[in-house]
Design a protein around this ligand. Structure first.
Ligand code: ADP
Ligand code: MG
Length: 147
């Protein structure tokens, strides 16, 4: 398949779904970056690693979905990094390595059900990304290169 897939680009403002209020902020890529995704990559929830500017490589979960801002004709990529940042990093360079698919996107009965699903995705990703077969990608040259 097309995984692992490496992406990089500047973090831009999302469409204000209020994910920060849920305690689950997601950093958005521009549509130019999203367009580099292979067409056969299914929408859904993925896990992998992420790096902001010159910082460390952290675990992440990413939602790849249909972007309501573009009337659902374009995809979006939203990355939640498993780290508590001191402040926002809009405008920063975000590098991501998408490793594995977790589940399709779903609509939930309630906000609480959605939050529970995301929390279980995060817990699952946290465990998976400790496996040596995955953690080797943390030190991939993609993350070391200057640009
Ligand atoms: P937006 O709709 O602009 O994407 P969010 O509520 O989803 O707003 O918040 C995303 C922003 O929060 C990111 O662009 C980033 O600057 C910041 N942020 C802080 N901590 C994290 C994190 N752990 N993972 C992702 N983004 C984070
Ligand atoms: Mg967001």
């Amino acid at each position: 398949g097309c995984l692992p897939f490496f992406a990089k680009g500047v973090v831009v403002k999302g469409f204000g779904r209020g994910s920060k209020e849920l305690g689950i902020p997601t950093a958005n890529y521009t549509s130019e970056v999203v367009e580099t995704l292979p067409n056969d990559l299914e929408t859904g929830i993925y896990y992998g690693y992420a790096k902001v500017d010159g910082g460390p490589v952290y675990k992440m979960v990413m939602s790849i979905g249909w972007n309501p801002f573009y009337k659902n004709v374009k995809k979006s990529m939203e990355t939640h990094i498993l780290h508590n940042f001191e402040s926002d990093f809009y405008g920063s360079m975000l590098k991501t390595c998408i490793i594995n698919y977790i589940r399709p996107e779903q609509s939930y009965e309630s906000l609480d059900a959605l939050i529970d699903a995301i929390k279980s995705d995060i817990a699952y990703a946290d465990t998976q990304l400790d496996l040596p077969e995955h953690s080797a990608l943390q030190t991939h040259s993609f993350f070391n290169a200057e640009k």
